[in-house]
Design a protein around this ligand. Structure first.
Ligand SMILES: [Zn+2]
Length: 129
């Protein structure tokens, strides 16, 4: 792949962002990386038909991978505010997507930003609970 090509650049960005968020939750197994690669191949075709959609690719890949994991019974990424649902990509088709808790209607992190983590005090409080 040439990184000068806008399509390839969008796909590489999507790959990096999604893998970063998978890594945070320790679900970055070889099987899951394969899921990501599969989603990238399908979206490469999509974005070649509609190059203006390149900026939407990261959010779409995240949703593709989330769906594929859900089929396997893996909730990703889990909402840090509640333990009974995953975060969702918002907007579903747009630039600079965020992971959103739909229950509280708050953006938890940017896509690729889950690694930013929460304040340590909050994590400690959770461990005590
Ligand atoms: Zn939530």
């Amino acid at each position: 792949m040439s990184i000068q090509d806008p399509t390839d650049r969008a796909l590489l960005t999507a790959r990096a962002l999604v893998l970063a968020d998978l890594r945070v939750h320790g679900v970055e197994s070889p099987e899951v990386v394969t899921l990501v690669e599969h989603a990238l191949v399908e979206r490469k075709w999509w974005v070649e038909q509609w190059p203006e959609g390149a900026a939407y690719v990261p959010g779409l890949i995240a949703q593709d991978v989330q769906e594929a994991l859900a089929e396997q019974g893996t909730v990703w990424p889990p909402c840090p505010l509640h333990d009974d649902h995953p975060l969702y990509i918002e907007p579903e088709l747009g630039e600079d997507p965020d992971w959103v808790c739909e229950k509280d209607a708050v953006a938890v992190a940017e896509l690729g930003g889950l690694a930013g983590g929460r304040p340590e005090s909050e994590q400690a409080a959770e461990e005590d609970a």
